[in-house]
Write a protein that binds this ligand. Structure first.
Ligand code: 2HA
Ligand code: ZN
Length: 270
């Protein structure tokens, strides 16, 4: 077997998690990631006939039985992933019954998957139904997005409009807008169901006064979405309370959408 720490998916995941930590978005054990792995990603790196442990889950994921995911560990710090991937990450396969998962690698100290596994796997299920090449669900705590959620509140229209008006890139990168959940208890099936519901319409779901979920076909796409939202939120926070004289206007956003051929959420513009 080749060294799994050198597998391209692993190298990229470790770099991404390290980057998220360095951005200041994943304090302590904040944030979590799940990454759908294909057979060709793990072939030669992992003996998938060897199950280390079977870990029960609190919900039914039979729709994605047999699929294999790289998932951050509960209580683990993004800060530490690069120094000890095998303890901070795990590779698990959804068992045939959909109610358990089989640990194939990682969580070396006896740990288990993130407390947000319900939100992750429920999100994978809805996104795979929409886009079979979606592989990543990323949850992080970007500072300005959280700050903005205290000012703008949970209206998706208000939140999306504010982000779109801060910079030209916003409507281009997320023309469908952003989903926003009111504050909810995290780590539960309920927040998982609510998040997955939002991700049927958008690829971003803001958790008010907590953080954000972003999805994508690969790590770059999910991260790129989140960083674009966070950049707009930063511009919003830098100018909040100021007399903004030059936000992008509704008609300008419409012009942009026409030239770029964007399938945007038309109800969000006046
Ligand atoms: O796992 O971010 O939402 C730490 C969290 C919970
Ligand atoms: Zn969180």
């Amino acid at each position: 077997m080749k060294n799994i720490l050198e597998a391209p998916f692993m190298v990229e995941a470790v770099r991404t998690l390290t980057n998220l930590y360095r951005l200041g978005w994943d304090e302590r054990n904040g944030g979590n990631l799940s990454y759908l792995l294909y057979d060709e990603d793990i072939e030669g790196y992992l003996d998938t006939t060897k199950v280390i442990r079977t870990i029960p889950m609190s919900f039914d994921a039979s729709e994605i039985a047999g699929k294999v995911f790289l998932v951050t560990g509960t209580g683990k710090y993004f800060k530490n992933v690069q120094y000890d991937p095998e303890n901070n990450l795990g590779i698990l396969r959804i068992a045939a019954d959909g109610k358990n998962c089989e640990l194939l690698w990682g969580y070396r100290d006896g740990g288990k998957f993130t407390s947000e596994l319900p939100a992750h796997l429920m999100s994978h299920m809805v996104r795979l139904a929409i886009d079979p090449s979606n592989r990543v669900v990323m949850h992080t705590h970007p500072t300005n997005t959280i700050a903005m959620s205290m000012i703008v509140g949970p209206s998706e229209r208000d939140f999306t409009r504010a982000l779109w008006k801060m910079q030209t890139e916003s409507i281009v990168v997320f023309p469908e807008g952003v989903g926003v959940l009111p504050w909810m208890v995290c780590g539960t099936n309920d927040i998982g169901i609510a998040t997955a519901e939002k991700l049927k319409e958008t690829r971003i779901c803001v958790w008010t006064t907590h953080g954000i979920y972003g999805v994508g076909r690969d790590l770059d796409e999910a991260f790129g979405l989140i960083e674009t939202v966070e950049k707009a939120a930063q511009l919003y926070m830098l100018t909040v309370g100021c007399d903004r004289k030059n936000e992008i206007k509704d008609n300008e956003l419409k012009d942009l959408a026409a030239v770029f051929g964007l399938n945007y959420k038309t109800e969000y513009l006046d």
